[in-house]
Write a protein that binds this ligand. Sequence first.
Ligand code: AMP
Ligand code: MG
Length: 409
Amino acid sequence: MTQNRLLPPDEALAIVEQVVQRLPVEYVRLAEAAERVLAEPVVAPHDVPPFPAATMDGFAVIHDDASPWREVIGEVYAGQAGDLEVTPGTAVRIMTGAPVPRGADAVVPIERVELRDDHIIVRDVALRAGENIRPVGADVHAGDRVLPAGTVLGPAELGVLASLGVGTVAVVRRPRVSVLTTGDELVEPGEPLRPGQIWDSNRLVLAAAVQRAGAELVWAGRAPDTPEALRAVLEQRLAESDILLTTGGVSVGDRDFVRDVLGEIATVYFRRLFMKPGKPLHFATVGKCVVFGLPGNPVSALVGFDIFVRTAIRRMLGQEPARPQTVLVTLDQPVQTSDRIEYQRGIVWVGADGRLYGRNTGNQQSSRLASFVGANAYLVIPPREGPYAPGERVEAIVWGALRSAPPVP
Ligand code: AMP
Ligand code: MG
C-alpha cells in the first residue's frame, strides 16, 4: 500500500498500533525484574501483614482493661511467633513489627506508661480498640489485584511484589532491536574524515534511544549504498530482530536504496508523513519483524524514533497508552510555523502561576542535533499561515523532568 498523500502522524500512529502486537511472556526472578514490564496482573496470594502487627514499641494490652496496673508477663520481638496470651490485668512488652499476642487489642506506646519492676501503669487510660495495631490485610488483602499488566517494575512495584513473597514474575520479553545506518559518506566517530565524509551519529543516537526505551539492542552496524549490500544485511538481521531500524536512503535520491529494497522484500504500510522533520519515514513488516526506515538527517531520525518507534516498543511491551501523550503549554515566545505538523524541540517549565509554559530551543534545522540539547519536550506546532504568538497554547510531548523556571537566555 503506497500513497502519495502525506499521512498525518495520528493516522500513522493508528496503523503502527494496529500492526504491532505484544511480545510473548517470559519468567524472571524478582531480583532481575527491575524496569521490566508486567505481562499479567498480579493478584495478592496473601494478606499483608499476615498477622496483626504492632506499629509502636510498647505494651500489648486489652484496651478497656479496668485494672489499676498490669503485670508484664513476657515480651515479643519482631520475627518471633510468641504464644503468650494477654488477659485482664496483664500486658506483654512488644516491639514494632512483632505479632500482637492473643487476647490483646491495643498497643500502648512506651512513652505513655510508667514502668515499675514487673508491672506497668498506663498514664493515659483513653485507649482505643485496635490502637497502634496493623490488622491482618491492612496493606493488601489476599485476592486484591495489586498491579495491572503493563506496569513497569520500579522500586516501589518491586517492593510490593517482594512484600507478597513473590519470587518469580511474568514479564513481557524485551523487543530485540537492530540498527542499520546507511550511507557511503559515513565514518566511525573517532576515525579521520576524508573530503566529503561525515561521522555517523545516527547509529549511536538510535542505539542509546533503544536502550532508554526499555528494548534490547541486538545489533548495530552500517551498510554501503548498494542495493545488494543493503539487502544482504537486512535479510540477515530480520530473523533475529523484532524491530529493525534503518536510517537514510528513504527519500527520492538516486542512491536511496532502502526505499527500493523495502519495496521488494517488505509489506510497506506508509512512506511519507505530514510532519516536519521526518517526512520520509517508512513503516513496513517482513514476516514478524517490524521495520522502520527512518530519515537520514539525525534530528529527523530521532524524532521519528520518539514518535513512532517508541510507540511500537510500548505496543510490544503491552504498555498503554502506547502513543506519546500531550499536555497544553502556553508559549512565551513567538514560534514560526511550516506547512506540516512540526515537532519542535522545546523547553517546558512550570510558571509561578502553576501553569505550563514552553518555548523552542532556537534553530530547528533538521540537521541540527544540538536543537535537542537542554530540551525536555516536543512542541507540536500545527501548520498555519503566520507564526504562533506568545500567550497562545500548543500541545507538547514532555519526556524530561519539568523545570521550575524558564531557562536563562
Ligand atoms: P539520506 O536520507 O540518506 O539522503 O540522508 C539525509 C542526510 O542525512 C544527508 O545529509 C546524510 O549525509 C545525513 N545522514 C544520513 N545518515 C547519517 C548518519 N548515520 N549520521 C549522520 N548523518 C547522516
Ligand atoms: Mg544516504
